[in-house]
Design a binder for this molecule. Sequence first.
Ligand code: PSV
Ligand code: MN
Ligand code: MN
Length: 396
Amino acid sequence: MAYAAPELADLDRAARAALDAQTIELPSWAFGNSGTRFKVFTSPGTPRDPFEKIADAGQVHAHTGIAPRVSLHIPWDLVDDFGALAAHATEHGVAIGAINSNVFQDDDYKLGSLCNPSARVRRKAVDHHLRCIEVMRATGSTDLKIWLADGLNYPGQDDLRQRQDRLAEGLAEIYAGLDDGMRLILEYKFFEPAFYATDIPDWGTALLHCSALGERAKVVLDTGHHAPGTNIEFIVAQLLRVDRLGAFDFNSRFYADDDLMAGAADPFQLFRIMHELARAGALAPGSMINFMLDECHNIEDKIPGQIRSVLNVQEATAKALLVDAAALAAAQRDGDVLGANAVLMDAYNADVRGLLADWRTDRGLPADPMRAFAESGHLAKIAAERTGGTQAGWGA
Ligand code: PSV
Ligand code: MN
Ligand code: MN
């Protein structure tokens, strides 16, 4: 039988609505220079301030139609007037998304932030989060995203349990500072920068803290933050069951927290995650899950790197929405191992590029966003315009 690629009409109404409603949030830091501890490569046209990062994010949205928000990292994206930054975002067709608190780059945080043995440093870390909430008020953001670099390098360095108590206390004060309609989203990571113990290493620890805080505290799943071989879709399923999956940080990893483009290393994993969301109805319009990218582009151009990532997430989503749910349920009920697996693989192996090109054409978007961006000459334009000043880099 000849293979026929699916068309838009093959999506049922609910699937079509989910595809239409999907949005992906871009990280401001993806537009700055980044690298490894060996070398940070610069590129012409790299933004010199948060305003230029947002203008670049606007390009990604203009070409894909599904990237209408930008996450900020504070203080990397500190500006005098956040109202002006939000207005600038509107001018570029985007809005400010999650505010990421950064409590890992000051010398004070060497032994941690909210878990630090020093009450003075813990106070400073809580206060920084309260200032981030003010940034949220000024920008219209509703998600306070917390990732802590807290942890230990050596057994005995500090008291593991007391650090959890300090963490709970600090988080409670931050949570109490949120306005109605704001959420606290808490990210876990199993290692790095600490190597012996991390204070929020896994989804279980994040979930315990979120449960203690209240309904508006949810877990962030960063796809790069797990040990090799971890079944991430299982974690998705588990957090969905208890309504605590707040957001994703999508990226790819081959080894550790590589922050490569989502869907580059393991597109099948991304599909499996999307399938788990689709079968739970969590891709439906109005879903409260924030689909974010958390990536760095060390060697590739940044704007097209973000466009590629957005397209990869959208392709995985379209494939997941094509899964024949009735056939899958029947095969599972019948214990038809090969049949059930085949239903899933048929959807994964579908070529959805034509379907999505049609979807974009219907909306007046370029059918091929990568090519349209390349042909726009935009990279040469910003390279010519952005001379002088200091390029933003990971950490500024
Ligand atoms: C930490 O590795 C992390 O995933 C957090 O989300 C940070 O905010 C981000 O990376 C910085 O790139
Ligand atoms: Mn992350
Ligand atoms: Mn990370």
